[in-house]
Design a protein around this ligand. Structure first.
Ligand SMILES: NC(=O)C1=CN([C@@H]2O[C@H](COP(=O)(O)OP(=O)(O)OC[C@H]3O[C@@H](n4cnc5c(N)ncnc54)[C@H](O)[C@@H]3O)[C@@H](O)[C@H]2O)[C@@H](O)CC1
Ligand SMILES: Nc1ncnc2c1ncn2[C@@H]1O[C@H](COP(=O)(O)OP(=O)(O)O)[C@@H](O)[C@H]1O
Length: 508
């Protein structure tokens, strides 16, 4: 994955540090003007989308005492000049002086409550200056506005109640439909409960990219959001099936034969030299019928030509699969080959208690969802990290990866991928249709195929991020409106490597 394919993620504190020299140089008002311009522009898009016009629509801002409130007031002033009925509720006894003056001058009106016919509610109570807990301001009409479909809630920089550094949310939060954030992507809007409360996130460039870049260069540990399709390995002219990479999959059981079909078909569609499968005989027959190019085996040993192995989808309650897991762990330990452990393989690992930490080769990636991750953390004797998962999901996943000495990929609406001594990658996708049985099996298939074909120098976390992005892209392709009308099988065709390579860089 090349550097351009990754967009950095910042904590609120990092953005504040990066902007400090600009503020010292007296550039604060310009930064705020650009932030307000960006916010007003995005609100205007919402108004046009919802009401078909801007003139005569109604926007109310909840205005806090700091610069976040200042952004809100300047944005309201700009909207007022475009004919919007712009109102502001001051939630504190202080407000940004120049912002308030601009708002008044533009003809904005102060009010004490939020009316039922407001089109957009701007949350400009707190941004990166947040500290401590957060309680909803006592404003008549606020609770109703937050619940009303016809009122869009747009957060200024970060939803009030979200910690922009971690993704933790306070007991109360102003959940947004859209967050317009300034300068760069903020970590807390991309992961955990913070991501849920942020809705769609738009980043507005306010002219501090240089400062952020310099700041990043100095940062000891960097985190990135995966923003573009990285270069993925296309077959070379001289390749033969074994040089291209062999993905071996341990999946499926009498109880869950379909998991093997899904993961193996996804690996084939992603594209590699060969896909082999270890499963009980009837499952091998079923998968071969669905995908005749695969090579099935009923012996748990890892085929000698395998270049990556995945163990887990649907192997529950099959005693032979436990032996296969041990073969795979041993194989990865001996060869340094890439190993993907998913689903039931994670349950089997968790059953080994604290022993599990000793058994994981560094070339392993674990792909748990939240429940599986908690179980693994508890089994490994790291219950403390379960609590950290709420307060700071990225740190918790990073700490666990460090503790285990292998890569951990936490699945969900936001995926967090932490590899020890590497930068952490976050992928946030607007594809709720992925919450369907078997979609994780598809991800495992995509991942093992990419792991089998990627060159030895590509870090495992970056391969995993590519798989996650493809999986998300496939869902967006199938279901652009996010209505959820597809099953995991349909995802497989959309993960097709050739089609994705052809459109690389054009899809987002
Ligand atoms: N510094 C600048 O000139 C710029 C600042 N920007 C905006 O300014 C924001 C940061 O401004 P500030 O540093 O003034 O901080 P904020 O405006 O985000 O918040 C600080 C204020 O909120 C109150 N507050 C903090 N935590 C609270 C809580 N839990 N419950 C209730 N009230 C709480 C504090 O009393 C403080 O007065 C950014 O998020 C961004 O929106 C942008 O305009 C870009 C330029
Ligand atoms: N709300 C959501 N939005 C986006 N992606 C999601 C959402 N819920 C789940 N996913 C993705 O769908 C997949 C589900 O995997 P998993 O929980 O293992 O399901 P299964 O075991 O049924 O295959 C993961 O890749 C996860 O990141």
């Amino acid at each position: 994955m090349d550097a351009e394919a990754l967009t950095p993620l910042y904590t609120g504190a990092e953005v504040r540090q990066a902007e400090a020299p600009l503020l010292e140089a007296g550039e604060g008002p310009q930064l705020m003007a650009r932030a307000a311009w960006g916010l007003a522009g995005e609100v205007a898009v919402q108004l046009r989308h919802r009401r078909g016009r801007i003139y005569g629509t109604r926007v109310t801002g909840l205005i806090g005492p700091g610069n976040n409130g200042g952004d809100g007031l300047f944005a309201l002033a700009l909207l007022r000049r475009r004919g919007v009925d712009a109102r502001a509720v001051l939630v504190s006894d202080r407000a940004h002086d120049q912002g308030l003056a601009a708002f008044r001058q533009a003809g904005g009106r102060l009010t004490q409550s939020i009316d039922a016919d407001v089109d957009v509610l701007i949350d400009a109570v707190i941004g990166t200056g947040t500290s401590g807990g957060f309680a909803l301001p006592q404003v008549p009409g606020l609770t109703e506005a937050l619940a009303r479909e016809s009122t869009a809630v747009v957060a200024c920089d970060a939803p009030s109640g979200v910690d922009p550094g971690t993704g933790a949310v306070a007991q109360e939060v102003i959940a947004a439909d859209l967050t317009v954030t300034f300068g760069g992507h903020k970590l807390g809007l991309m992961v955990g409960a913070g991501a849920q409360a942020s809705g769609r996130v738009v980043v507005v460039d306010i002219g501090m990219a240089g400062e952020l870049a310099r700041f990043r260069a100095e940062a000891a540990r960097s985190r990135s959001v995966v923003a573009a399709e990285p270069v993925t390995p296309a077959p070379r002219r001289q390749d033969h099936k074994y040089s291209r990479g062999v993905a071996h999959v341990v999946a499926g059981s009498h109880r869950y034969p379909g998991a093997a079909v899904l993961s193996v078909r996804a690996a084939v569609q992603t594209g590699c030299g060969m896909v082999t499968l270890y499963a009980p005989g009837p499952v091998v027959s079923l998968v071969t019928a669905a995908q005749p190019e695969i090579v099935g085996t009923t012996a748990p040993e890892i085929p000698p030509r395998a270049t990556a192995v995945a163990v887990g989808p649907g192997i529950a309650e099959d005693p032979g699969q436990c032996a296969a897991l041990d073969c795979a762990l041993d194989w990865a330990q001996r060869t340094g080959g890439r190993l993907v452990l998913d689903a039931s393989a994670l349950t089997l690992l968790a059953e080994r208690g604290e022993q599990l930490t000793a058994q994981l080769p560094a070339s392993t990636v674990l792909t748990p969802h939240l429940g599986e991750l908690r179980a693994l953390m508890e089994a490994a004797g790291r219950k403390d990290l379960c609590e950290e998962l709420e307060a700071s999901p990225v740190t918790a996943v990073e700490d666990f990866a460090g503790y285990l000495g292998c890569t951990v990929l936490l699945k969900g609406a936001s995926t967090i991928i932490a590899e020890p001594r590497s930068r952490t990658l976050v992928h946030r996708v607007q594809a709720p249709g992925l919450a369907t049985a078997g979609s994780g099996d598809v991800l495992t298939g995509v991942l093992v195929a990419l792991a089998a074909t990627a060159g030895p120098k590509v870090p495992l976390a970056e391969i995993a991020a590519t798989a996650v992005r493809r999986h998300g892209q496939a869902a967006c392709r199938l279901d652009p409106q996010g209505r959820g009308g597809f099953g995991a099988s349909a995802l497989i065709e959309a993960c097709n490597g050739a089609a994705i390579r052809a459109s690389a860089g054009t899809f987002d």
